[in-house]
Ligand binder design. Structure first.
Ligand code: NZQ
Ligand code: ZN
Length: 390
């Protein structure tokens, strides 16, 4: 392990199909007035809302509801929630839903007691709240596996006015105090969303894996997680109520992006930067944007990190090295990734997500370019990758 780091993660996890009984235990340790935030209504149709309300009642909480969090939550919605959290003076935020709802809860947490423009300060300027500033602690009941938001500080917000979607990774104060992970709560997720979540998990792992060239424990962990996600995805797409597969997917999602496998790594994240720009212009589903651009992006950059891409082919996809050069192996691994994207029904083109050739320049201009992967992209290279993904 190269590099120096401190490792700590404050989120307590309650995992399994008995997890709902733990919600009461978790709530016993938080404040009295709870802001309950959730999405467009799936939790009312699948019974999760009733479970959560029962636990809130059993622990004597006063509840203020904040429904209507949309996928790709917006600045307008953030301001509405921040106003409500402040005027109601809540002690705790309970997010019940997928990554959008959990991300949103973190955003409301930092924005509620801040008098300025939260979008500008926390997302555009990437600032952290000062230790003396008030933030509202939060917890999560997760209903969809994918983002890892249940055990990290990430909060991705979209400003529709500027067509920018930006992620801020907050520190420990904004990470959920607890997360209840019941795989059965994910059974009602529509298949397309489940597949988008599966690809999001795979992408998180690849974003961390495709950087650096030292021998690093994080990469061995990443390879195990990728193999688990691939194996479980093949079961889940044919049998969505297979508990074993869905529980593996849920647990892999959390460990894919909970600050474990990034240790000692520089990380890449350019697939996410391109994906976020696509969502900012089309409101497309996050995981689908990643699937649509990954093959073209990796075919473009693999020449700069051939050894790692060859290892990806051998270890993750079981492609024999014998008789192949590193370059041939690298491309065979990316071909296997592209075939899996098709097999599970994830997006294979950005055109299918609403991007037209005429939009490509604008989308490329919204891409934030990082310099931590194997190759720093120019604007023209982003355009080329988008064109190759059409
Ligand atoms: O709103 P409701 O009615 O609840 O429906 C949701 C939503 O329409 C539905 N859903 C969730 N659980 C369900 C369900 N439907 C039926 N049964 C259930 N059990 O699924 C739809 C999508 O939900 P959403 O929360 O948007 O999905 P996801 O978990 O993929 O979150 C995506 C957001 O997270 C951000 C993305 O950019 C995007 O904004 N990300 C957050 C990250 C982080 N915090 O670290 C990292 C990721 O890379 C990602 O950028
Ligand atoms: Zn993601």
């Amino acid at each position: 392990m190269l590099g120096n780091f401190i490792y700590s993660n404050p989120t307590k996890l309650y995992f399994g199909d008995h997890a709902r009984h733990h919600l009461e235990e978790a709530l016993a340790h938080v404040g009295h007035k709870v802001l309950l935030t959730y999405g467009g209504g799936s939790i009312k149709r699948n019974g999760v809302y009733d479970d959560v309300m029962a636990a809130l009642a059993a622990t004597g909480k006063e509840v203020v509801e904040l429904p209507g969090v949309m996928p790709n939550p917006t600045v307008e919605k953030l301001l509405e929630g921040a106003h409500l959290a402040r005027t109601a003076d809540v002690d705790f935020i309970l997010a019940v839903g997928g990554g959008s709802t959990v991300d949103y809860a973190k955003a409301v947490s930092v924005a509620a007691w801040y008098d300025g423009d939260p979008w500008q300060r926390f997302w555009v300027n990437q600032e952290e709240p000062l230790a003396a500033e008030r933030v509202i602690p939060l917890g999560a009941v997760l209903t969809m596996a994918g983002t890892g938001s249940e055990m990290n500080g990430g909060s991705v917000i979209t400003d529709t006015a500027s067509s920018m979607k930006i992620g801020k990774v907050f520190g420990e104060r904004m990470m959920p105090r607890f997360a209840v992970l019941n795989p059965r709560y994910t059974f009602s997720v529509p298949k397309r969303q489940m597949v988008a979540g599966i690809f999001d998990i795979m992408s998180h792992i690849m974003e961390q894996y495709f950087s650096g060239d030292d021998d690093c424990t994080s990469d061995y962990l990443a390879e195990g997680l990728m193999r688990s996600v691939i194996a479980s995805s093949r079961v889940a797409v044919n049998d969505p109520e297979n508990y074993e597969a869905r529980s593996n997917i849920m647990w892999s999602a959390t460990w894919a992006l909970n600050t474990l496998i990034c240790q000692g790594k520089k990380e890449d994240w350019m697939v996410h930067m391109i994906g976020h720009a696509i969502s900012a212009h089309t409101d497309a589903t996050h995981g689908m944007t990643l699937a649509a651009v990954s093959p073209a992006y990796y075919r473009h950059v693999c020449r700069y990190g051939l050894k790692r891409f060859a290892r990806f082919a051998r270890v993750v996809w079981d492609i024999p090295a014998q008789g192949r050069t590193d370059e041939q192996l690298a491309h065979a691994g990316i071909d296997a990734l592209a075939a899996w994207i098709k097999e599970i029904g994830a997006a294979t083109s950005i055109a299918s997500l609403g991007v037209t050739p005429a939009m490509i320049e604008d989308v490329a201009s919204s891409v934030i370019i990082f310099d931590s992967g194997y190759h720093k992209l120019s604007h023209q290279e982003v355009v080329d990758i988008l064109q190759a993904s059409l």
